[in-house]
Design a protein around this ligand. Structure first.
Ligand code: DGY
Length: 323
């Protein structure tokens, strides 16, 4: 549908904002009939008569931004997480918010496993040993890691990604515990997973992996008290959101040996990563790569603009972030 204007109606703008970093992943004319302005992530969110915005997860779309965009119909977040959008403000203004679920599930679950394996088998220390020229040759007791078979994987948040991580665990011969709002019957049947409360999961798991969204309830969920109940020598992995973890408490748990290792793809103050984590031999840190495959990033960008096209054509969004 092309924007309409008449003498009696206020002209409806045809301007759409899309994160400039998505340009190379999208068709040249992603929203036909509309003028796309490519917005670099280091530029502030402009004010104006834009009808849609496709932001990256690094752009805060709060109440003020939405007020400055009075014609906005949709925030099509190019991420599954929507913690960069003020959902309450959006709902109050009648702005639709969409995200990109499903298309990134496998890529993110794969990367979670890359971290689990990297930490369990001490890849960072091994790499360093060679890079620093300190490897003196094969030694039967060098960098002994954790054998995953018959160990317990604790999945905090068995949504789409958490379940995909759990299904992969079956191939590694792991037992599964999970937390979720309700029982995930099909997942339990497929994997033998058992639903428990968070404390039980932390006490019993050899590897704990986080897959909850960042919300007011989950921010700071992994604090000192919760790290303290974890099994001695457990591994901790986070590919969800950095602010779910209190990083000083995580560092303490690593220093005390309570945690034998951590694999982190997300951080509280991205792109700043606590230098102590970067330097820690048992912490593998990655620059938010969970969904970073060409296939998935293209699918995310395409899904975001499909939501824009649908909403501008007055059709229901494909993947609303709330209903
Ligand atoms: C998301 O989509 O929320 C991820 O963090 C980036 O893929």
């Amino acid at each position: 549908m092309h924007p309409v204007s008449s003498l009696h109606e206020r002209a409806v703008s045809s301007r759409v904002l899309i994160a400039a970093e998505l340009q190379e992943l999208l068709d040249p004319d992603p929203v036909p009939g509309y003028d796309v302005e490519w917005l670099p992530s280091d530029a502030p969110t402009p004010a104006g008569d834009y009808v849609a915005i496709v932001p990256l997860l690094t752009r805060w779309i709060g109440g003020t931004e939405q007020k400055n965009l009075p014609d906005l119909k949709i925030v099509a977040n190019c991420a599954v997480g929507v913690d960069n959008v003020d959902l309450v403000a959006a709902e109050m203004r009648g702005v639709i918010v969409t995200n990109t679920p499903d298309v990134l599930t496998d890529a993110t679950a794969d990367l979670t496993w890359a971290l689990i394996l990297a930490v369990a088998r001490r890849l960072k220390e091994g790499e360093r040993l060679i890079a620093e020229g300190k490897w003196t040759g094969f030694h039967p007791a060098l960098l002994l890691g954790l054998e995953l078979r018959d160990k317990t994987l604790g999945i905090v948040g068995a949504g789409r990604i958490g379940q995909a991580v759990g299904r992969r665990a079956v191939g590694f011969g792991m037992r599964l515990l999970y937390t979720a709002r309700g029982t995930r019957r099909e997942f339990e049947d497929q994997t033998g997973a058992r639903r428990v409360d968070l404390v039980r999961l932390l006490e019993a798991s050899d590897v704990v992996t986080l897959h909850v969204p960042s919300t007011p309830e989950t921010k700071g969920l992994m604090n000192r008290e919760r790290f303290t109940v974890m099994k001695e020598g457990a591994l901790f992995v986070n590919t969800a959101r950095g602010d779910i973890v209190r990083e000083p408490a995580l560092l303490e748990a690593l220093a005390s040996g309570r945690l034998a290792g951590a694999g982190l793809d997300v951080f509280a103050e991205e792109p700043r990563v606590n230098p102590e984590l970067v330097a820690h031999p048992r912490a593998v840190v990655l620059p938010h790569l969970g969904s970073a495959t060409g296939h998935t990033r293209r699918a995310m960008a395409e899904l975001a603009v499909k939501n824009v096209r649908a909403v501008l054509a007055e059709e229901p969004p494909l993947t609303p972030a709330y209903r």
